[in-house]
Design a protein around this ligand. Sequence first.
Ligand SMILES: [Fe+2]
Length: 227
Amino acid sequence: MANMDRRKFLILSGLSGAALALKGQPAALAEKLTKEEKKMAYTAKDYAKLIGMKGFSEALLKNHFTLYQGYVTNSNKVLDIIDQMVKDGKTATPEFAELKRRLGWEFNGMRLHEYYFENLGGKAELKKDGKLGKKLAESFGSVENWEKDFRGTGASWIALYQDLTNGRLINFWINEHDVGHPAGCNLVLVMDVFEHAFMLDYGLKRADYIESFFKNIDWAAAEARLK
Ligand SMILES: [Fe+2]
């Protein structure tokens, strides 16, 4: 199954595999959750202000928001079921192990989309003499080199990270979004390059989508993430 189809399937079907074996439990679990646990549940953020952004149709963005909301729902669901399984002494089970694996998938699906939507909607160009512009030039030789490297990086998610040990900026290819993130690094700019992020508007013209992404980067938001 292609990446997009598999993800759509997983989202539309709710939790698969081990979690499906626990179907029916989440509602009952909600009753058992303490007030503190309920308070810590994740809420999907509203990115409707991005609608109207040049190069992104309303239909594409709305589909993408729905996909993101699915990750938020499932992150909460997986965390709730895990909590309950710990309380019930069921940690030495394949279902528990599968849910722990699944948590990274759902959580990063939620968080990466938040970074992505939040580094979009910008109108101004990158200031080459600003903090981020200078750091990019320092790390890659020039902003142009960084851009070539970024555009050429991988196929699913492209993530500009700052290594906190020396401040260096590095573009990482994130193939499956729960793996491949560099330890001890800070996410600065992320681009979703999964098919669902562009196919509705661009078909197979991935490079044209990347062009539109670049025109809409919120550089100030990315710069604010630098440590
Ligand atoms: Fe996405």
